[in-house]
Design a protein around this ligand. Structure first.
Ligand code: HEM
Length: 423
């Protein structure tokens, strides 16, 4: 049987493994080459990985778009993130609470819970946070200068900058950031050996991280109910659904989704942006010559990096997708990085171009009712940093091996050694 945790490219790789096996996300260049062939040959790929219920894997932009928008036919359910069947069975057997974050809810339940924080994430409201994002970006450019021309851009800059922004709006003090980082990596990156810590296996690491999050946010609820502040933690702590305070379970998962979804994703996008610019010096030169391209360049970075690798959807009745019959209960994996390289939508998708005219058609943030709540923050963070890098960096080169995190859910560049100088 194929061991998904150790699979590598010396073995024959079944097509579905590219979407399921964490180690294969460690080389995204090889990943895209393989997935381009899969999209061309079998864009709706029937897959039965050992230990997983059957699924269809969607790699075309049109199919990912159509399924994401059809909320009558397709639901997220409590299994909206792919995992082995045994993990789910164990979770049920242990009585562990099933996840109830926004991405695990459907219909009215989802709409009502999303409404608790929705206004906080509206473009005009997020725009008020721009001065603080500017301030933090300047601080981290200062840190780059202090590092004297050499750094690991992913762990020295991208990770702490994006963490600081989200924790700032959260209301989490800087002294607790290391803990938040550790717990986020324990949930999203547990399959990566670097993030496993002392845990016996990735599942134990996820469970341990959830339990520690619960403890942390329980204390936060008490605090923000007693003394509400201008932060997202206060909105969640006091959030009401149908006129009543959110129940404990929904509230805790709410904290967890915003703390986790708002950080690693953006950090991988920013590290991936630098990786792309270093590998494409002509594109960096274009951006330096015309920093007005920064919004478009940010969209191109989101297309190029696509840090969220998938979400699942479940058919609520018999249906059909581009001629393929899918029965009630059947499930599909939406591959965002694959959809973002679909040549039906993007001209020469394998090229990174900061002035790409079709960059706004990305599916990096999904589409439909679950469309990323935090997109305005993500865009502002990447634009703000790109703008400073374009205006201030004079020279930048790769100074060692680039490493990608190994996860089939949220991943991207985790180590990026660079040499640079400022103008
Ligand atoms: C580059 C950065 C980011 C990427 C690539 C990303 C991607 C995504 C994707 C693909 C979804 C699911 C969309 C769907 O099912 O249609 C999502 C949902 C979500 N994102 Fe993001 N996201 C990013 C940043 C953020 C930030 C900064 C926050 C919070 C501050 C955030 C909070 C959320 C939440 C709460 C949801 C669930 C929405 C729902 O189910 O209604 N995300 N994101």
């Amino acid at each position: 049987m194929t061991d998904l945790s150790t699979i590598d490219r010396t073995q024959t790789i079944p097509p579905w493994a590219w979407f399921v096996a964490p180690p294969l996300f460690a080389d995204m260049h090889a990943w895209h080459d393989a997935v381009d062939e899969i999209r061309q040959a079998t864009p709706i790929l029937s897959a039965e990985p050992p230990g997983y219920s059957p699924m269809w894997i969607l790699t075309r932009h049109a199919d990912v778009f159509a399924v994401s928008r059809d909320h009558q036919t397709w639901h997220n359910t409590t299994r909206s993130v792919l995992g082995p069947d045994i993990d789910y069975a164990n979770m049920m057997a242990s009585g562990m609470p099933l996840p109830k974050t926004l991405v695990h809810l459907d219909g009215d339940d989802h709409r009502d819970h999303r409404a608790v924080t929705n206004s906080w994430f509206k473009p005009k409201i997020v725009a008020n946070r721009q001065p603080r994002i500017d301030e933090l970006a300047d601080e981290f450019i200062g840190r780059m200068r202090d590092l004297g021309g050499h750094c690991d851009f992913a762990s020295d800059i991208a990770q702490p900058f994006t963490l600081r922004v989200i924790m700032d709006i959260y209301g989490v003090p800087e002294s607790d950031e290391a803990l938040m980082l550790e717990l986020t990596q324990g949930i999203f990156g547990a399959a990566d050996p670097e993030y496993l810590g002392d845990a016996a296996d990735p599942n134990a690491r996820v469970l341990e991280s959830v339990m520690r999050f619960i403890q942390y946010f329980n204390d936060m609820t008490v605090d923000r109910r007693a003394c509400p502040m201008d932060d997202i933690a206060s909105v969640i702590a006091n959030g009401k659904v149908n006129g009543k305070l959110m129940d404990d379970e929904h509230r805790l998962w709410y904290y967890i989704i915003i703390a986790t979804a708002g950080h690693d994703t953006t950090s991988f996008a920013l590290a991936g942006a630098m990786d792309a610019l270093v590998r494409h010096p002509d594109e960096f030169a274009k951006l330096r010559a015309d920093p007005g391209l920064v919004n478009n360049a940010a969209d191109e970075v989101f297309r190029w990096t696509s840090p969220v690798r998938h979400f699942m959807r479940y058919a609520q009745h018999d249906t059909e997708l581009a001629g393929v019959a899918i029965p009630e209960g059947g499930r599909v994996l939406l591959s965002y990085p694959a959809a973002n390289r679909d040549p039906e939508v993007f001209d020469q998708p394998e090229e990174f171009r900061v002035d790409r005219p079709d960059a706004d058609r990305i599916l990096t943030f999904g589409v439909g009712a679950h469309f990323c709540l935090g997109i305005q923050f993500a865009k502002r963070e990447i634009r703000t940093m790109l703008d400073r890098l374009a205006r201030q960096l004079d020279r930048v080169e790769l100074a060692g091996d680039v490493e990608f995190a190994q996860s089939h859910f949220v991943s991207g560049v985790k180590h990026l050694p660079i040499d640079y100088s400022f103008a």
